[in-house]
Design a protein around this ligand. Structure first.
Ligand code: S3P
Length: 162
């Protein structure tokens, strides 16, 4: 089976759904942020603060380059589809966009302190969310609406469509 890449904004449920898909499909899961932490020896906030976003994006691409085209479920970071190079790297698998409404994301991440880009002002975050919608949609093979569905239901929907 081709590797499944879950894409979508921070808080759209990529990690949770990836865990369920991994169990149901009996495929190993790769959490890209965890791979970045292992590779750099730093937390995500430390990378952003000490090295800046561009360096973070470069490590992200290196991690993506090493993901096999078959046999994995991948929870990508929310910014992965921003680089055309990353979009090409994901072409080798099935790209699934978890489409969550802004309200859902804002509620889920209300108290989040772990994501550097989320710590910016609400309007800036909302604009980033809107700007990324087109990118996520255009690079996805499958778009799954997540609002009102449980992670189990979302995983089942993905399995049906893959
Ligand atoms: C980011 C999303 C985060 C993490 C980093 C940047 C983004 O991952 O990669 O903070 O640009 O949207 P999650 O989508 O898993 O929160």
């Amino acid at each position: 089976m081709e590797t499944i890449f879950l894409i979508g904004y921070m808080g759209s449920g990529k990690s949770t759904v990836a865990n369920i898909l991994s169990r149901k499909l009996n495929l190993p899961k790769i959490e890209m942020d965890e791979e970045i932490i292992k590779k750099s020896g730093k937390s995500i906030p430390e990378i952003f603060a000490q090295w800046g976003e561009e360096k973070f994006r470069s490590i992200e691409t290196e991690v993506l380059e090493n993901i096999p085209p078959k046999g994995y479920v991948v929870s990508t970071g929310g910014g992965v589809p921003l680089r055309a190079e990353n979009q090409r790297l994901m072409d080798k698998g099935v790209v699934v966009f978890l489409n969550a409404a802004w309200q859902t994301i804002a509620e889920r991440l209300e108290h989040d302190k772990s994501r550097p880009l989320w710590q910016t002002d609400v309007e800036e975050n909302k604009k980033r969310f809107m700007d990324r919608l087109n990118i996520y949609t255009s690079c996805a093979d499958i778009t799954v609406d997540v609002d009102g569905y449980s992670p189990e239901e979302i995983a089942d929907q993905i399995i049906t469509e893959c």
